[in-house]
Design a protein. Structure first.
Length: 374
């Protein structure tokens, strides 16, 4: 469940050369407005494309967020206006201008509330450090018998405007209906649409999720969000890390005569199981589980993993893991495609891969009670 506390929309008009910062928050009492904001933030919070980072000590934006999280004089509207002014100046200097608006949101994700009553939390903010500028310690109220595991986020997303066509109801000079078609250039993206440029900052830990598309200023490529705005470290996204792990597992399995599709499926299952418990996975631990019975393969995997420079632990939400790791899809050279739960890869009771002397593979699907057309 997501609880929106504050939301505001700032408009940019690069063709007209003017920005329109709002001085009032969005009306969250309006069900369509609240639904749109919630769905946008839920989409970003569960994105597997998000890269991860932490603020550097020199990050001015990190310092501003810290003051905001403390509940000091810097309010939500003012902070969002400062963010909008910065992005306006940076975006207008880019070689390729894109009409867009800026949505800024303060929300709490309550998806991890315990089964008991939610605890009342008291937040205290620690001074900025090189890696964790905002630190909030939650103190559960003992009388309620539960711990509040909800997380508060500050989110911002650039909403690319799209062209749309609408009918225009008119009448001619005689009063007869004369409908026309008009083009509008101010339509916001659908809330389920993938967004290229956004940031989410966990106000309890200072952890950052962000994504941006390539931009250039005066012919030079710039990393606008990570370097210019956030001044943060940048780690691979969950999808990038997952793709790297799959590639290494496949290469090692093929090199040592193991069945690569089964090994990759086992890797996916290890990631999904870890994300279910901890909302993160260790690339090294994935290799240890997949090649548990082959120490020489573990060693080769770890060597290749070191060359890939992946972090020791990769954040991955359960919802994201369900999308990219819960199932495994294979395709044969005969054109047959099969999708199966990755957890079945190592269980011969459900699916079994065998190879003959010529290396031709057979796939046996077992214990099927019913087959449906899809």
């Amino acid at each position: 469940m997501m609880r929106i506390t504050h939301a505001i929309l700032h408009a940019f008009d690069f063709e007209g050369g003017a920005s329109y910062p709002s001085e009032r928050e969005l009306d969250l009492g309006s069900r369509p407005v609240k639904s749109y904001v919630q769905r946008c933030m839920r989409k970003l919070a569960s994105s597997v494309e998000s890269r991860h980072g932490t603020f550097s000590r020199e990050s001015s934006f990190g310092g501003a967020l810290e003051r905001y999280a403390r509940g000091g004089s810097l309010g939500f509207v003012e902070l969002s206006q400062q963010l909008a002014a910065f992005l306006w100046e940076e975006l207008r200097r880019c070689d390729d201008l894109e009409q867009c608006d800026l949505l800024v949101v303060d929300f709490t994700d309550t998806r991890d509330l315990g089964s008991g009553p939610a605890a009342t939390a008291q937040a205290t903010v620690a001074p900025t450090t090189a890696t964790t500028p905002v630190k909030v310690a939650r103190v559960p109220a003992p009388s309620l018998g539960g711990e509040d595991l909800s997380e508060r986020f500050f989110g911002a997303a650039l909403l690319p405007r799209r062209r749309s066509f609408v009918h225009d109801l008119r009448s001619d000079g005689s009063g007869a209906p004369s409908n026309e078609i008009l083009r509008q250039d101010c339509a916001l993206p659908n809330p389920t649409q993938k967004l290229d440029s956004y940031l989410l900052v966990n106000l309890a830990t200072g952890a950052i999720d962000f994504h941006d598309k390539p931009r250039s200023q005066a012919g030079s490529e710039v990393d606008l969000i990570a370097n210019h705005l956030l001044a943060c470290s940048a780690q691979a996204s969950a999808r990038q890390a997952m793709q790297t792990v799959e590639r290494i597992v496949e290469e090692v399995a093929q090199q040592y005569g193991e069945h690569a599709p089964r090994a990759v499926a086992q890797a996916k299952h290890a990631v999904a199981a870890s994300a279910e418990r901890e909302e993160a996975f260790s690339p090294a631990e994935v290799g240890r589980q997949v090649f548990e019975r082959r120490p020489e393969l573990q060693e080769r995997y770890e060597s290749a993993l070191g060359e890939a420079s992946l972090p020791d632990e990769v954040p991955m939400r359960r919802t994201a893991a369900n999308r990219i790791a819960k199932n495994h899809r294979i395709k044969t050279d005969t054109g047959i495609e099969i999708s199966f739960p990755s957890e079945y890869a190592a269980d011969a009771n459900f699916i079994e891969f065998t190879a003959d002397d010529e290396g031709r593979v057979s796939i046996l699907i077992k214990n099927v009670g019913r087959i449906e057309n899809k």
